[in-house]
Ligand binder design. Structure first.
Ligand SMILES: [Zn+2]
Length: 653
């Protein structure tokens, strides 16, 4: 290794190709995201630590310090990553002052174990370091997950260094990374992408170019059919075609999106346009043809694969929680690269739906896959293995998702705002304080439950400065006032404390002026209830409608449709857009009237009549945010409901 360059400031990231820079100085102090972060600290993290101990993840390390180590526990060679993801989350919690002594003790215990277990040459993996291991290090790159392990180690280490100023884990990660730089100088690539993102971050943290070069090499080397596996084909690993030649996102969903996020990081540092062109093409294609309305990615249980274009079945949706996180990581990097607000629309759709649904309301149970429909007679696959739990489960044999939820929940503040020269960009709205640029703001809002946002200037620079507010694609007719005056009134006064505000352009609304402490900006994002259909090629939901309000997708559970089976509800667009918006304790609920189709004939494929009788029964039903479903018992649920168009000609009265 060459000598180290100056380390960037805590949380700061240098980018050469990026349009905007991330901002680490955001504190969320109220509202839904705050509730989620508090629950993470009080419920999910203690539960996760307990499960990691019970499942043997900690013992897998500590046993290696014994003379005659007990056998490795668990089925998979990547169980160290569940510790790493948890450590990453804990680093945010500890660094941001949200965690107490038990969390610090666990953090210190595991870091101490990692320091002691790491081999003399830097290698670290409790599965392969087992004297009784059936495979040697680096022998099985397709399935060994060793670089995937390293990736999560690096991410935890960088988080600890930046947020806590604790570099112990960074030393461990660097030693392993240095070994990998040597070992993989000329060839080889991991079966599970992840390390690419991490190596770029390690480059940003240390300034050592070798890490960036290796990340770029891993992206470039993929796609040459070198990963051999007895079960999975090359496209599972995205190893059937070079990244730049992929026609569409494909293969294992989490692998694909982690790879793309890593490639985006490489682009942010190298400015390699050919990489960006591929990223943009793949992202656009994914959003247009392969993403569920919830933002979930992955249509097939088989191989946890993405599937074909428009192959988006509701009840068999896979949409692994980890894939949701990976899509957010990718989308955020595309936003950094371009400043494009559309990437944040997708980010938010994933955050509030496909990601949030993965965790129970009490924070102690998890979905691994996230279907958009549950049939009344649903049979739970692997229910017995998981103790027969019919909905979210306390833990998994392959527990990749729970600690991924933990680390992502802990860092939500990092995805609220960004900066570019002379301007602060507010990417999403959460109650809290935004610091770190020349303009400090206090934000008050109940977003995503309503679209009113009040931003108060607490500290301002001397000269003009831009405040750039994201206007989500669904927020038609958004308005902004500055100190109580609509922006049109202000537009006439551009000097001496006046302000200029532009119409939303490409999803951004810019107010540039000389700010003073106490200035107040009010943004109003209208949040009517929306009815969404689907592309005509999307057979699974053709003719059906889904309900949304703001960034939230809604669903109906049987508990909230007392007079009709959810499968018999028939709802027209007028009933949807005129739904009652009701604020309850923990959520905004939509209530509406619907028609109820009579029980269908028993024939699976009846011959269609020329014309059918109109539907006459009227019932009421309540829709809850999709992320809240499955917290009141295992009953039927639908995101997509029948519309009058989808009932073989039946029209609701
Ligand atoms: Zn997962």
């Amino acid at each position: 290794m060459t000598s180290k360059q100056v380390k960037p400031l805590s949380g700061a990231v240098r980018t050469s190709a990026g349009a905007v820079r991330p901002l680490a100085g955001v504190r969320i102090t109220g509202g839904l995201l705050h509730h989620w972060q508090r629950r993470n600290g009080t419920a999910t993290i203690p539960h996760t630590i307990e499960q990691l101990r019970a499942a043997g993840n900690v013992a897998n390390l500590s046993r290696l310090l014994e003379q005659d180590p007990a056998p490795y526990r668990g089925r998979y060679p990547f169980l160290d990553t569940d510790l790493y993801k948890t450590l990453e989350g804990l680093a945010y919690e500890l660094g941001d002052g949200r965690a107490g002594e038990p969390v610090r003790e666990f953090f210190d215990e595991v870091v101490g174990l990692l320091e002691r277990v790491q081999a003399g040459d830097g290698y670290l993996n409790s599965f392969f370091q087992d004297p009784a291991a059936t495979k040697k290090p680096w022998e099985d790159l397709a399935w060994g997950h060793e670089l995937y392990n390293l990736g999560h180690l690096i991410q935890a280490a960088v988080a600890a260094a930046r947020r806590m100023g604790d570099e112990r884990l960074l030393r461990v990660a660097e030693r392993f990374a240095d070994l990998v730089v040597e070992r993989f100088a000329d060839d080889g690539v991991c079966g599970h992408p992840e390390v690419e993102m991490a190596l770029v971050e390690l480059y940003r943290e240390t300034g050592l170019r070798a890490y960036l070069d290796l990340a770029a090499a891993f992206v470039d080397r993929r796609g040459k059919g070198q990963l051999k596996h007895s079960i999975f084909p090359g496209d599972y690993f995205q190893d059937h075609l070079p990244f730049r030649e992929l026609p569409s996102v494909t293969g294992h969903a989490v692998r694909m999106a982690y790879l793309a996020a890593g490639a985006a990081d490489v682009y942010l540092e190298t400015g390699d346009r050919s990489l960006f062109e591929a990223l943009e093409r793949l992202w656009d294609d994914m959003v247009a043809t392969k993403l569920y309305v919830t933002g979930g990615l992955g249509s097939r249980h088989s191989d946890e694969a993405i599937g074909d274009r428009y192959e988006l079945p509701s009840e068999r949706a896979y949409t692994e929680t980890c894939a949701a996180i990976a899509v957010m990581q990718w989308g955020w990097r595309m936003f950094l690269a371009t400043g494009g607000a559309g990437y944040l629309d997708v980010f938010e759709r994933v955050l509030y739906n496909a990601y949030a649904v993965g965790l129970s309301a009490d924070g102690k149970a998890f979905f691994y896959d996230n279907p958009l429909q549950r049939r009344p007679d649903h049979e739970q696959r692997s229910g017995a293995e998981a103790g027969g739990e019919p909905l979210r489960r306390a833990w998994f044999t392959c527990p990749c998702c729970p600690p991924n939820i933990v680390r992502w929940m802990a860092q939500l503040g990092d995805y609220v705002a960004a900066e570019r020269d002379g301007a602060l960009l507010v990417a999403s709205y959460a109650e809290g304080r935004i610091e770190g640029t020349e303009l400090d703001l206090a934000v008050e809002t109940a977003y995503p439950w309503d679209g009113d946002v009040r931003l108060t200037v607490e500290r301002a620079p001397d000269g003009p400065y831009g405040l750039v507010l994201r206007v989500p694609g669904w927020a038609r007719g958004a308005t902004v006032t500055v100190n109580g005056r609509p922006h049109e009134a202000d537009a006439a006064v551009t000097d001496g404390g006046g302000s200029r505000a532009a119409e939303p352009h490409d999803g951004w609304l810019t107010v540039e002026r000389r700010w003073q402490a106490g200035d107040e900006v009010r943004l109003t994002l209208p949040m009517p209830v929306r009815a969404h259909g689907s592309h005509p090629y999307l057979d699974a939901t053709r003719g059906a409608a889904s309900l949304a309000r703001g960034p939230l997708v809604y669903c109906v559970e049987q508990q909230d449709s007392p007079d009709a089976a959810v499968d018999d509800l028939v709802i027209g667009v007028p009933e949807i857009v005129n739904a009652n918006i009701e604020r309850r304790d923990d959520a905004v609920v939509l209530t509406l009237t619907a028609a109820a189709a009579p029980p269908p004939s028993s024939e699976l494929y009846p011959e269609l009549p020329l014309e059918e009788a109109p539907l006459e029964t009227t019932v009421t039903a309540a829709f809850v945010p999709y992320f809240l479903w499955g917290n009141r018992g295992p009953e039927a649920m639908r995101v997509w409901v029948r519309t009058p168009d989808a009932t073989n000609g039946k029209k609701a009265k």
